[in-house]
Design a protein around this ligand. Structure first.
Ligand code: GMT
Length: 341
């Protein structure tokens, strides 16, 4: 198949899922064309059948913000016709599903099927904001196929947007060759003494991730058992995190590692992974920790409950349920189903 994929290129679960899906599909012989404003951050090596098309936006004094949605739609239309795309798979509804809808109106060649994968805050936070609600609902409904990364998110979508079309649940996945208990390239001793307990957290440091709670929980762990906290990622609440670390006198206990391309090289060093998010449609970071054999404590009542099984063998179960082969098969089957109408 000739498949177009659009996602956010910055560090974040939806971009990671889109990128790894594209890589897996290309390995299976599909022609995959990424369309975005920058090279997705895990698309870091050449691979046959994989192409990238950059979207350029033009600055103009009248524009407070260059209209990316329009530039993206124009680029999508160009790539659709040039490479005979049959499927245009967009990850994260806003604005990608809207651009895809526009692209379908623009093309003068065969119109591809548009598939929208919903990831989380496109539904639970941003999409439900009154300023985006109607256009998000419209764009989801205009898609030829809709998938959500958890049953929890599918239900939230139906409830919030009153969507009556079918929403297929296709969970996120991990590549077991990459994420496993032996994928560590650093040493545990790089971060902690032998007797210290190592706690890790990965996120984009947005309010929804409750980074202050991560530090407060860690503070309590550290009082009971000398520990180190590895914080991976960057984002708007990083400054609050640093302040809280200072307030709790944890400066020599917390290590800020910033964004990391290869989290699998560090994760197996941890004894525990924390993800106490207010909202988590799936929690890819938690799955990657489980895949590395690290137990996870996360918030109940969110999509995380589909990923974490209380008291069970993390690595074996995650491999059984979320291995790349199985999930990519589900996407391929879904593409075929949508193509066949
Ligand atoms: O929704 C976000 O905050 C961003 C998004 C992303 O691009 O990282 O994260 C969402 O999509 C991930 C991949 O499907 C999920 O693993 C995350 O749980 C989800 N985030 C939230 O629901 C907060």
């Amino acid at each position: 198949m000739n498949i177009g994929i659009t996602c956010y290129p910055v560090a974040g679960g939806s971009g990671i899922v889109a990128t790894e899906l594209g890589q897996q599909l290309a390995t299976r012989g599909h022609q995959v064309h990424f369309i975005s404003y920058a090279l997705p951050f895990r698309l870091d090596k050449f691979q046959p059948n994989l192409y990238f098309h950059g979207v350029e936006t033009t600055a103009y004094p009248l524009f407070q913000h260059p209209p990316y949605t329009l530039s993206l739609a124009a680029k999508m239309a160009e790539v659709i016709c040039q490479f005979n795309l049959e499927i245009l798979h967009v990850h994260y509804a806003i604005p990608h599903a809207t651009s895809a809808f526009l692209a379908k109106q623009l093309v003068t060649c065969e119109v591809p099927k548009v598939i929208t994968t919903l990831h989380g805050t496109d539904i639970t936070l941003v999409g439900s904001d009154p300023s985006y609600y109607d256009i998000t609902r419209f764009s989801i409904n205009a898609s030829d196929g809709i998938t959500a990364v958890s049953a929890y998110l599918a239900e939230e979508t139906r409830r919030t947007f009153k969507i009556e079309k079918a929403i297929a649940v296709i969970h996120n996945f991990f590549d077991g060759a990459r994420f496993n208990p032996d994928s560590m390239t650093c040493k545990r001793r790089d971060f902690a003494d032998d007797k210290e307990f190592v706690v890790a957290h990965i996120s984009n440091f947005r309010p929804v991730k409750r980074i202050i709670d991560v530090i407060d929980i860690f503070d309590r762990i550290n009082k009971a058992l000398p520990s180190k906290l590895l914080l991976i990622g960057e984002g708007p609440d990083a400054i609050l995190a640093r302040r809280q670390v200072g307030k709790k006198n944890l400066n020599d206990r917390v290590i800020f590692l910033g964004n990391q391309d290869r989290v699998e090289a560090i994760l197996p060093a941890a004894d525990l992974f924390l993800l106490p998010s207010e909202e988590e449609s799936f929690g890819l970071a938690a799955l990657e920790a489980l895949a590395c054999g690290v137990p996870v404590i996360g918030s109940s009542g969110t999509g995380l409950t589909e990923v974490i099984e209380d008291g069970e063998e993390a690595r074996r179960l995650s491999d059984e349920k979320f291995n790349a082969h199985k999930i990519v098969n589900q996407y391929e089957d879904f593409y075929r189903k949508v193509l066949n109408g």
